[in-house]
Write a protein that binds this ligand. Structure first.
Ligand code: HEC
Ligand code: HEC
Ligand code: HEC
Ligand code: HEC
Ligand code: HEC
Length: 507
């Protein structure tokens, strides 16, 4: 049974209550009670150095561990910030840890380096995916910590709202959280001194860091440290640097501008139309590309299974599903606003000849490369399909087989191919084992384009006008990951990013 927490209403009627709490202003401030390794958290294993969170780069302002039971959860914040809570609950940030895709991959990485500090090495993953978990000492062979609601909430409110420092180029979760001074934080303390609370939460008037890409970049730059598997540091995600080199950075358009408006696709359309940055209005949905974790229509509770359960707080399943449906609409719209397709073709073509086409993809909406992120899984490809006047398919390059989840091996595809020490490909995100990687085709930088030539042989019996339909497909993960890691009997379908249709008359 999930119960609804009592909600504080910030209406005129609560003035008396506020006056009462104001008296508490004179009470002593909460005391920092961070935990010390070995003293408060015994048997904590540190194979590399005396930084307990290494090879993750997240840290606390006082260098101490968090006392998990005292970390304010999203459910606590939800009492007074229902709007932000509801938005966050359908975002992927509320699920960075329980996400079945993540959880499975983290376990598989750990197992791959069993007896080689596999578990401690996952501190690198946890630094970005489950920071509270890591900061309270749970990622340890002998976990001696008690229960914590906040630790289950992935990138929960206080992970962002207590960030006082960030290093976006170092990445790997390089944020410093001033969180230990919030122990015993409660409603009375907040209402007694709301502006102090706003400052503790790094409100924009107090700390501009939160509103800038530099903050997001700390977790959106992933570099595998040498301690994991030797070799050189391996750059796995470079979204921040891609943005930093783009015109968007020059024009002061931050990650928050595109990913936090109530409707990111509408924001990008307005930006492209007017050339002016619309005023920043924030939503905590953090719309991205994850059309799987935001799909509430999956059969037999697959959605809650994939997300590791219901979100925390008093939200009902129906409310949450309605929120997810909206999240998915916004996600599919954002994916469609990323790219435009154009095709140049001959004026006419005759049977038995070859139609030479140029297909151009423009990265017209993403403030970084297209695609970006976890590129060994996320991929996009082109399908070029030609039919004659009778509707007969005379050419199809880049097909997708809905029965097996396979993509045409000759497709023009954008993916990062990871290989292990035997040069065998790694399909299931076992980043610990990567020796090197290559791109089948380089991701397209912001505002840049990529042109691909196609030669379509027109059969002798082709009838009349040839119709060429070009589609840019996007897919969240490889089928191998779904089948062998998640062990799900489902085909992960791609979604459409852009489509173009032209007709080539017969000569
Ligand atoms: C008991 C009610 C209450 C709780 C619980 C609460 N807040 Fe607040 N919060 C407020 C009030 C009231 C303000 C307005 C303060 C002001 O503007 O002076 C505020 C302001 C803020 C701001 C600044 C907003 C701005 O306009 O810049 C942030 C950020 C914030 N809260 C985040 C949080 C987070 C994160 C939590 C959970 C750890 C939380 N709050 C818990 C009542 C609450
Ligand atoms: C991934 C980081 C992140 C998480 C997680 C997060 N926030 Fe925020 N929050 C932000 C950013 C960024 C802003 C906007 C700052 C700016 O524009 O300067 C913001 C703004 C706010 C504001 C001010 C809103 C306004 O309209 O100005 C409140 C209140 C707030 N957050 C509460 C919360 C609560 C409650 C949670 C958890 C349910 C939460 N945040 C989770 C990053 C985050
Ligand atoms: C503490 C680390 C952390 C911080 C800080 C952070 N993120 Fe994330 N973010 C993540 C992780 C981890 C994921 C992927 C989670 C998953 O898919 O399981 C993610 C996913 C996303 C996505 C993709 C969602 C989707 O549907 O595909 C977007 C967009 C995003 N973050 C934007 C931001 C922005 C904007 C900021 C800064 C305001 C930010 N993030 C700050 C860790 C972080
Ligand atoms: C000009 C608008 C814009 C800006 C600025 C922007 N993004 Fe994006 N972002 C997009 C669009 C459009 C997509 C969907 C297409 C794609 O995947 O690239 C996207 C996708 C993403 C994804 C999911 C990528 C994937 O394919 O899995 C992440 C994560 C992300 N952005 C993070 C960031 C971060 C972090 C920043 C700041 C450093 C940022 N974005 C700046 C527009 C923007
Ligand atoms: C620097 C921070 C960072 C580190 C370190 C990191 N990740 Fe991630 N991870 C992210 C971000 C950000 C995304 C989302 C990017 C996107 O949407 O393409 C992501 C996406 C993922 C996804 C896809 C999730 C989904 O729902 O589609 C998996 C799986 C994953 N990470 C597993 C891991 C594992 C396992 C490790 C450690 C071996 C790890 N990550 C280390 C930041 C990180």
């Amino acid at each position: 049974m999930r119960t609804k927490p009592i909600r504080f209403l910030l209406t005129g009627g609560t003035l008396a209550l506020i006056a009462f709490f104001a008296a508490l202003f004179f009470l002593p401030k909460p005391q920092g009670t961070g935990l010390t390794v070995n003293k408060d958290v015994p048997f904590y294993s540190m194979p590399w150095n005396d930084n307990p969170f290494f090879p993750g780069l997240i840290n606390t302002a006082d260098g101490k561990m968090l006392d998990g039971a005292n970390v304010p959860s999203a459910e606590f914040c939800a009492q007074c910030h229902e709007k932000e809570y509801r938005e966050w609950a359908s975002s992927v940030h509320s699920d960075t840890g329980l996400d079945l895709l993540y959880d499975t991959a983290a376990n598989n990485n750990e197992v791959a380096h069993k007896n080689r500090n596999g578990l401690e090495k996952t501190r690198w993953c946890e630094s970005c995916h489950e920071p509270v978990n890591l900061l309270r000492g749970e990622v340890n062979p002998l976990a001696v910590v008690g229960p914590s609601q906040a630790a289950k909430e992935g990138t929960t409110c206080v992970v962002c709202h207590t960030a006082v420092k960030a290093d976006p180029l170092a990445g790997n979760g390089a944020v410093t959280l001033d969180l230990n001074n919030l122990n015993n934080y409660n409603e009375a303390l907040i209402m007694a001194a709301p502006s102090e609370h706003a400052r503790n939460m790094q409100s924009k008037t107090h700390n501009p860091l939160m509103g800038s890409s530099d903050f997001c970049g700390a977790c959106h730059t992933e570099i595998r440290p040498v301690e994991i598997n030797g070799g050189d540091p391996l750059h796995l995600q470079s979204t921040y640097e891609e943005w930093q080199k783009s015109e968007y950075a020059e024009k002061n358009i931050q990650c928050q501008d595109c990913h936090m408006p109530p409707d990111p696709a509408a924001f990008i359309a307005e930006l492209n139309e007017t050339g002016k940055t619309p005023k920043r209005v924030v939503s905590h949905r953090f719309v991205g590309v994850n059309y799987l974790l935001t799909d509430p229509t999956l059969p037999s509770n697959l959605t809650t299974f994939l997300r590791g359960g219901l979100p925390p707080g008093g939200i009902s399943l129906d409310e949450w599903k309605a929120d997810l449906l909206e999240q998915q609409r916004l996600t599919l719209d954002l994916i469609k606003s990323a790219a435009t397709l154009s095709v140049s073709a001959p004026a006419s073509v005759s049977p038995n000849a070859t139609a030479n086409l140029d297909v151009t993809i423009v990265n017209s909406g993403a403030g970084h490369s297209l695609p970006t992120g976890a590129l060994d899984q996320r991929h996009m490809w082109l399908e070029v399909k030609a039919t004659d006047a009778t509707g007969k398919v005379i050419y199809d390059n880049g097909w997708f087989d809905e029965k097996t989840g396979k993509v045409d091996p000759s497709a023009v595809i954008y993916i990062k191919v990871l290989v292990d020490k035997n040069d065998d490909p790694i399909y299931e995100h076992i980043l610990f084992n990567v020796k090197s990687y290559s791109y089948t085709r380089d991701p397209i930088p912001a505002n840049a384009s990529d042109t691909i030539p196609y030669a379509i042989p027109i059969p002798a019996d082709a009838q009349g006008t040839i119709t060429v339909q070009t589609t840019l497909w996007y897919r969240l993960a490889l089928q191998e990951f779904v089948t062998y890691s998640l062990k799900l009997d489902m085909i992960l379908p791609p979604v459409m990013m852009a489509q173009n249709m032209i007709e080539i008359p017969a000569k």
